[in-house]
Design a protein around this ligand. Structure first.
Ligand SMILES: *[C@@H]1O[C@H](CO)[C@@H](O)[C@H](O)[C@H]1NC(C)=O
Ligand SMILES: CC(=O)N[C@H]1CO[C@H](CO)[C@@H](O)[C@@H]1O
Length: 737
């Protein structure tokens, strides 16, 4: 190990983003404009008449909030950093003496997350370019479904062919689903896709998927399999909410069947369904992860844990080696608690209608947080140091035992002994009166338990690194309809705001434990929910006052107009440039502007209100799984980038009302100006309101179409149309009388 150190250099290298001076000049310029806007508001407070004063105060409060929020977002843009890894040095220095790695895949519902999808993910992580005897893959099935187990059992058989095939032809990506059905795969032999082996493999895969889908449609596994020891653990009385713990080691190195076609060892494969009882709270995914932590400590106990969602396959067989370059670096590796990969999606259409791709967050903001010593743990695509995840505090004297797991004596025990020993660890009552969920493992009681867990790891003194290589490490599936996407953001904003209000709040209590920049960085997301109120103020009050013909902004002919215009133009221009730089298209940027407004006025509003209710003990935490599959019609609309409304969601009523209200006010306000022959003077005073209103109308074009023009299945339900029309007209009438 020593020889390599001198010649080798570090295992990873960090460099900063370019153009930071330009950015800092831009930011100072915006700051000056913001200060002028605030001083305008403060020095021009109107006398009390027609309620103008309260409207002015509301605008002032919103602008104060936006200024404050803008300042905290600077932490993520001040100094983004990037990393490069040197995997050849890792091989030179460590050879095959690498640490053991456990992979946790979590699934929760065989309907929303079909077993055929889970299987592709599991196979992709089994096929990592890593010594098989050091790799253990665990699938946690929170539905305790026989169907998922059946799929895994099929995958286990298929892996004996798939793994040698991948290794022989260096196929990438190694998820069979992605490899056979996407055009973008690579292999060492150029014309692989025309060979016999390829078509044989593809047929085999399709046959397996057909068998799995047949069993899923039937809803039960074939009778003849019931004799097989694994399936006998399911009985007809079992339900997903009420069953015993099931742990099954499908592949184990002591078993002579656990080799592939070429006689090479396969990675260990374990199925776990923790015990579920209606009277015990199961704590969702955090509960499953904690059960996996304990069960795996009995079976493999590897020092490194990779955690992926079941819909997120590995797109790069080198990812484990990349991650180890960070952990094993002699200089800078000792205090790293986790390595987070970005969440990218496989299912994004060209212009990303629902703005689900997070390009800007992935390419800029998370790199920015990295420079403060920590990026967020986002619940998937993350490599953890087991000890840090279990709650150990960082100390300089701590030396990681990288050999742990591989030399353990438990390795000589038979699978059934291990299963029996691990089973009590997955019981409902195991955690009673322990610190699990409070100080050990993932934290409970938060809608974004992963973020909270990452935060406590930072509080414990560990750093995290964000690794975003050009070739994506993991690819998942994004929601393909409007409502699920808004519901997802509701959960995130709610959970984040909950963290802000808790004793863990980075902005309020984090200063002594982590850097100020990181406190601010966390707060960008923690405070998402609170953006809802000022945004609503800004897109409801100016249009209503435009309708009345009352100005809330400076005249175009005065100097005060400048800062407003400059902030508006400069911020939009910057956000456009940033989005293009991060890989969005122009239309994609435009779509994302719309989606951020929708999120703020619906998801974030719900998130904020739910938390406020919770403070008074009214509402309870509810977790919704976002649907990953859609029926044919909806999918076609998604591919054509047509918005899908369909359900009569109250969120759509809010969106519809805001869109219609702005349209009415724009028309009414401009007509009033024309009728009263005050064209020029009116424009002078009301231009900003007209522009603001015009922009809101422009981004809402798909909403008007959905409300009035479209007749297909995905248009707005008529109840939503009537409710929005009624609410918007009522608001306009009340303003006018
Ligand atoms: C996924 O991996 C394939 C094969 O290496 C590569 O061609 C493709 O660009 C990757 N996808 C992304 C989004 O990086
Ligand atoms: C599961 C799912 O929704 N998959 C879809 C992702 O998007 C592509 C096209 O963009 C579809 O072909 C998939 O069916």
């Amino acid at each position: 190990m020593e020889e390599g150190t001198g010649t080798g250099g570090p295992l990873f290298q960090t460099y900063g983003a370019k153009g930071r001076t330009v950015y800092k000049i831009y930011a100072s310029f915006i700051l000056m404009c913001i200060l002028s806007i605030l001083s305008y508001r403060l020095t021009h407070i109107p006398d009390e008449q027609d309620g103008v004063r309260w409207a002015w105060m509301a605008m002032l409060s919103s602008e104060l909030w936006f200024s404050f929020y803008w300042i905290i977002t600077q932490s993520a843009r001040w100094n983004p950093i990037y990393h490069q890894t040197f995997k050849h040095r890792l091989s030179q220095r460590h050879g095959n003496e690498l640490p053991c790695v456990d992979v946790f895949v979590c699934t929760a519902d065989p309907v929303a997350e079909p077993p055929s999808l889970v299987v592709s993910t599991v196979l992709s992580v089994m096929a990592y370019d890593y010594p098989s005897e050091k790799l253990s893959v665990y699938l946690s099935d929170d539905a305790g479904s026989e169907l998922t187990f059946y799929a895994l059992w099929e995958a286990c058989k298929f892996s004996k062919y798939w793994l040698p095939f991948c290794k022989k032809f260096e196929v990438e990506p190694r998820s069979p689903g992605a490899c056979f059905f996407k055009q973008s795969f690579h292999s060492s032999s150029n014309n692989l896709s025309t060979t016999k082996e390829w078509s044989k493999m593809k047929d085999m895969y399709e046959e397996m998927i057909n068998r799995i889908e047949f069993v899923v449609r039937q809803g039960k596994v074939p009778q003849e399999l019931k004799q097989h020891q694994g399936f006998s653990k399911w009985s007809s009385e079992m339900t997903s909410r009420n069953h015993d713990a099931i742990i099954q080691i499908l592949i184990d190195e002591k078993d002579e069947n656990s080799v592939d076609l070429d006689g090479n060892l396969l990675p260990r494969l374990v199925y776990m369904a923790r015990e579920k009882r209606p009277q015990h709270h199961h704590n969702f995914k955090a509960g499953a992860m904690n059960a996996l932590l304990r069960v795996s400590s009995e079976i493999s106990n590897s020092p490194i844990i990779l955690n992926v969602d079941c819909d997120m396959y590995s797109n790069n067989s080198q990812s484990i080696r990349d991650a180890l370059c960070f952990f094993l670096d002699e200089e800078k590796g000792h205090d790293i608690g986790f390595i987070q990969y970005p969440q990218y999606f496989d299912n994004i259409t060209k212009n990303d209608l629902y703005a689900t791709s997070f390009n800007v967050i992935n390419e800029v903001e998370l790199c920015g947080l990295d420079s403060w010593g920590g990026t967020l743990y986002i619940g998937t695509g993350c490599f953890h140091r087991r000890e840090a995840l279990k709650g150990r505090k960082y100390s300089k004297d701590y030396i990681e035992d990288w050999k742990r797991g591989s030399l353990d004596k438990r390795r000589v025990e038979s699978p059934s002994v291990l299963e029996d020993r691990a089973k009590p660890l997955a019981s409902c009552t195991y955690e009673h009166n322990t610190l699990w969920g409070k100080e050990i493992g993932l934290r409970y009681g938060c809608a974004v338990e992963d973020i909270l867990t990452g935060l406590t790891i930072h509080y414990n003194g560990w750093k995290s690194r964000y690794f975003n290589p050009q070739r994506r490490g993991f690819l998942g599936l994004a929601p393909t309809a409007l409502e699920p996407s808004l519901v997802q953001f509701k959960r995130w904003s709610e959970g984040h705001f909950q963290i802000f209000l808790s004793k863990y709040s980075p902005l309020l209590f984090g200063h002594q434990k982590i850097k100020l920049g990181l406190c601010m960085g966390y707060s960008i997301y923690n405070l998402w929910a609170l953006n809802s109120f000022p945004t609503l103020t800004y897109i409801l009050i100016p249009p209503l006052f435009l309708l009345k013909g009352i100005s809330l902004f400076p005249k175009v002919s005065t100097a005060w107009f400048l800062p407003f215009a400059l902030v508006f133009i400069a911020k939009q221009a910057y956000s456009l440039i940033e989005a293009l730089y991060c890989g969005d298209t122009f239309m994609g940027w435009w779509n994302s502007q719309r989606m951020w407004v929708f999120r703020r006025i619906t998801s974030f509003l719900y998130g904020a209100v739910d938390n406020i209710f919770k403070l008074f003990g009214v509402s309870k935490l509810a977790f919704t799984i976002t649907e990953k599959v859609n029926d044919g019609d909806a999918l076609k609309q998604y591919e054509q980038e047509v918005m899908e409304f369909h359900s009569a969601s109250p969120m759509f009523v809010i969106i519809g009302t805001v869109a219609l209200l702005n349209a009415f006010c724009l028309v009414g306000g401009v007509m009033r100006m024309v009728n009263m022959n005050k064209g020029a003077a009116g424009m002078d005073a009301l231009l900003i309101q007209v522009v603001l209103c015009g922009v809101v109308v422009a981004i809402n074009v798909p909403i008007y179409e959905g409300l009035f023009l479209r007749k297909d299945k995905g248009c707005m339900p008529s109840s939503v149309t009537f409710a929005s029309l009624g609410a918007a007209m009522l608001a306009c009438l009340l303003t006018l009388v």
